[in-house]
Unconditional design. Sequence first.
Lengths: 153, 153
Amino acid sequence: MELDRIDRKILSILQEDGRIANVELAERIGLSPTSVGERLKRLQREGFVEGYGARLNPHRLGLGLLVFVEVLLDKTTPENFDRFARAVKLAPEVLECHMVAGGFDYLVKARLADMTAYRRFLGETLLSMPGVRETRTYAVMEEIKRDAPLPVG
Amino acid sequence: MELDRIDRKILSILQEDGRIANVELAERIGLSPTSVGERLKRLQREGFVEGYGARLNPHRLGLGLLVFVEVLLDKTTPENFDRFARAVKLAPEVLECHMVAGGFDYLVKARLADMTAYRRFLGETLLSMPGVRETRTYAVMEEIKRDAPLPVG
DNA sequence: TCTGTTTGCCTTAGAAAATAAAGCAAGATT
DNA sequence: AATCTTGCTTTATTTTCTAAGGCAAACAGA
């Protein structure tokens, strides 16, 4: 399944402004609203578009601290991996968690109110997770680039 | 400026489904469309909602490889920081870049087609950026949790 | 306590947008 | 050459958004 120039333009615009009216989207593309709507429906059906979301300001919501945590597990058995994965999915502070190849097992991205909240999170959530041996925390001092759109062009 | 239970519910729903019709949003909240619309406009005006975006599937777009790169700068002067920041903002492969406190200077998150593309990106973009001394790459093997909504409850 | 004001919600009506149907033309297929 | 498919357009109906006006409860000051 191939994307043409128009499909990419639709995706690009929608990634920046997911709530744009179909009429206006069609104007910017240079097609009728109907055909743009059909293309979009196809892009959703084919799985290019997974959904839409509001972009919230974390600081405004009292989540002033962004941290990355490198996590090493005790014994890297399948059950340990699985239990850790399940625990991470339940923790609302954790925005992302990736299993990586290299010096550690998981990279966790979390947002919290402040360092006090982080201390609690580290002790009560991360370190009490099954099989966690070691963690290294990196606090973000400045967000240079935040959630850039995927390159579709 | 305080958020009540209804505001939080609006933010929560909108974060998951940013394209929901105001009528349906109002139904799920239990208020009239007008008053939900007014609340939402206020939440946007006050900066809680920064915008809306389509969630695209990176794999479907041929971006099968997710990497995190730790970057160390040569001399940590303000100009070097600034030049690096500007260069990073221009690179479309870079989705996030954070200045961190700890063992290195920057943590970069990037999506690429494959390892070949990453090699090129590393050489032509990252290593040729001003003042970059050392990089450590961590390739993601499995995405356990991806872009979870911010906890607003 | 009484009065005026604000706040947050509702209903209603007019404007705008989404959706579905029908048709048309260019290119592919047999 | 005739038919089918594809992708677009226009039109009409339904749905949604938006702005106006009004009501009642909470609040402030005299």
